[in-house]
Design a protein around this ligand. Structure first.
Ligand code: ADP
Ligand code: ASP
Ligand code: MG
Length: 411
């Protein structure tokens, strides 16, 4: 018997009507002869609403209590979906992350799944029940409730699929799959039929929030095939799987944007060995991941300006850390800037082609968009720009690389 993990995002369970529709789809899958584990997100807008409530009390809520609060969103959804299933005559049982055996580390707000004890789920499945698990949450070794970071229900689903050795993990969302760019930003975006884990990893880490990055990491590591599709149609979506020859023909497969980073510059740092190591190790100790980095000579001889980007959620804390370091290192001012966006193009075909970067820079220049920072990897190029040009840049790059055309015609 096949085992399918289905994950339904916030919009897909956004109203009671939609929850009933999800129940119908789950029942259909079960009747077709599969065991079904369902992972659900909080109803659309719920997580933001809870964050808003906390922020009415303090701008820096206690991380442990924040996770207790945020985990409630998903608790509502699992209960309602299980009720809807039972109402339609199907045996179902809901589980919070911890009850489902999902153990994480204790990094509140961005916890990582360490292990899953899936025995209870297996027993229910064998008894013919549908198992409904709350996404985005787990417990640490001390029994504290933890959450996995925004979009974390994707990761719950893929991790469960890996632990249960599911045949497929279906990610139901509000778009019909993974597109060449965010279809809500550019209507010419085209649905990608099949994409490699590697490219999807870059797409997610560069801002395509259709899949949380850690979910793709899990999928790649445990070889879980993902099917990203719409909960509103029966159309096939996008398969995320191992790279095959067909995929290599594509030069650039997608354009992404990320508005959730901020830029920090430390001016006039003494230019000597060990300074960068000191700065980035202090930031790393705070569990903050630095993304782009650039160092330029300062007008003051023997000094340099160091600029880097961090997630917006870590911005205030990073500013505090860098201001303290700047004083200790006898550096100049620390300047922060939030109105930035990172635009990236991604494609495994870049490995073997030249001139992609110049084409990207030219497309941005033609729109009068200035590039503040650049970073590259084997299969992606990213440029940091003013946030107000995000949509313009996405469209310009999508057009420049003719991503609206099917890949075969590109080569
Ligand atoms: P869910 O609540 O189902 O998890 P999300 O809002 O997290 O849904 O992710 C789906 C959204 O991701 C889409 O509505 C779309 O705006 C956005 N998105 C960004 N980039 C892409 C892309 N390349 N392909 C598809 N969707 C994308
Ligand atoms: N509810 C959480 C969020 O909004 C997790 C998820 O939807 O995946 O980020
Ligand atoms: Mg999501």
């Amino acid at each position: 018997m096949a085992l399918i993990v289905q994950k339904y995002g916030g919009t897909s369970v956004g109203t009671i009507e939609r929850i009933k529709n999800v129940a119908d789809r789950v029942i259909r899958t079960q009747r077709e002869g599969s065991q079904v584990v369902v992972v659900v997100s909080a109803m659309a807008g719920k997580t933001d609403e809870l964050i808003g409530l906390a922020n009415e009390i303090t701008r820096t809520p206690d991380p442990r209590e924040m996770d207790v609060l945020l985990a409630t969103g998903e608790q509502v959804s699992i209960a309602l979906l299980s009720m809807a299933l039972k109402e339609k005559g199907v045996e179902a049982r809901s589980y919070l992350g911890g009850q489902a055996g999902i153990i994480t580390d204790d990094a509140f707000g961005k916890a990582r799944i360490q292990s899953i004890a899936a025995e209870a789920i297996k027993r229910d499945l064998d008894a013919g029940r549908v198992v409904v698990v709350a996404g985005f949450q787990g417990i640490d070794e001390q029994n504290n409730i933890t959450t996995l970071g925004r979009g974390g229900s994707d990761t719950t689903a893929v991790a469960l699929a890996a632990a249960l050795k599911a045949d497929i993990c279906e990610i139901y969302t509000d778009v019909e799959g993974v597109f060449t760019t965010d279809p809500n930003v550019y209507r010419k975006a085209r649905k990608i039929e099949k994409i490699s884990y590697e490219e999807m990893l870059e797409m997610s880490s560069m801002g395509a929030k259709v899949l949380q990055i850690r979910s793709v990491e899990f999928a790649k590591k445990y070889n879980v095939v993902l099917h990203v599709r719409s909960s509103f149609t029966d159309e096939p979506g996008t398969i995320v799987c191992q790279e095959d020859e067909e995929m290599e023909d594509v030069l650039v497969s997608g354009v992404t944007y990320n508005k959730n980073e901020a830029k920090i510059t430390i001016k006039n740092l003494p230019d000597r060995p060990g300074i960068a190591a000191r700065i980035f190790s202090e930031i790393g100790k705070a569990n903050i991941v630095v993304d782009m980095i650039i160092q330029t000579p300062s007008t003051q001889g023997g000094h340099a300006n160091l600029t880097f980007t961090v997630p917006i959620g870590d911005y205030e804390q990073t500013l505090k850390i860098t201001e303290k370091l700047a004083r200790e290192l006898d550096a100049g001012d620390v300047v922060g800037y939030e109105d930035i966006a990172k635009i990236s193009i991604i494609g495994v075909g870049m490995r073997s082609h030249t001139n992609i970067a110049s084409k990207m820079f030219e497309a941005l220049a033609n729109e009068g968009i200035n590039i503040m920072m650049i970073s590259t990897s084997e299969i992606k190029i990213s440029c940091l720009i003013e946030q107000k040009y995000t949509e313009l840049a996405v469209r310009a790059l999508h057009d420049a690389f003719e991503l609206d055309k099917p890949p075969r015609e590109d080569t």
